[in-house]
Write a protein that binds this ligand. Sequence first.
Ligand SMILES: [Fe+2]
Length: 323
Amino acid sequence: MHGGPFDEDHELMQRRRDWRARREAMEAQPSGKRWRGQMRSYLYRTARRTHDVLRPTRPVRWGAERALRLGLTELTASFPDLPAAFDGYRILHLTDLHLDNIDGTAEAVAERVAAVESDLCVITGDIRDNIHAPMGPLMKRLGHVVSAVRARDGTIGVLGNHDSAAMVPPMEDLGIRVLLNETISYARGGEALHVTGVDDVHRFHTEDARVALESAPEGFCIALVHSPEVAHVAAARHRLYLTGHTHGGQICLPGGRPIAMGMKANRHLARGAWQHGDMVGYTSRGLGACVLPFRTFCPGEVVSVTLRKGPALVVGGGRKPRS
Ligand SMILES: [Fe+2]
């Protein structure tokens, strides 16, 4: 005999065990070409050690303090096919927190999100900076952020390329539902809004992510993906794509011109609002800093997206960071 909640739970747990084994095997592998992976890890290690030595110095403290001045970007995204029951539904989008990099990041994010009311909070990865950082202090910082979130339907998230499979159980203990190549649905007034979340596709790409995006249910569906690199895959079945990874460049030239974005595909979707076919997307500048503990000409942002039923359109802008 098949069916029933026990079989479903058992199948889900087995799928998650299989996912974790696969992801951990990938985490143990060097990324990309061997020499490039070794060079990158050498540079990361050197940057981290230099940062640790220079952390108490005045210029580094000044840069870190400025990086934590976070802005609020409020967007309205309209869709003719949005279920009427979700007209006005607000999504708080957090990404690239890198909580173990700059001390005080969790407190700065918590202060920003505490002032924003929403229906659902979504986190699109890179909660940590160093994949080997100790779990206890990281989860304490994440718990501080999540406890400040004011979202009626709670918090869900996906992992980024800096995150590890081992983070999933403690994140779920904090009440964050982590989507591992799967879809969750929210019901209101007899209508549904679906959210598909996939594992990181930049460093840990698998066919499971593609399958999850391509087999999302019929109806209004939102994709949560760490990077914009699979927007073309999601566009067939999703109407909104929320993402990060690029930090908007993080280290930019005056005028916000980025030096590097760290993307392998869809580089034209690296920042801000965009459209791909019938799907609209937003690539957030994120909240924290990767490796180097500062940002230049590229402030971090909390994003609030209000869904509206109406002609297809994305409008809105940012509020300047607090100084
Ligand atoms: Fe990141």
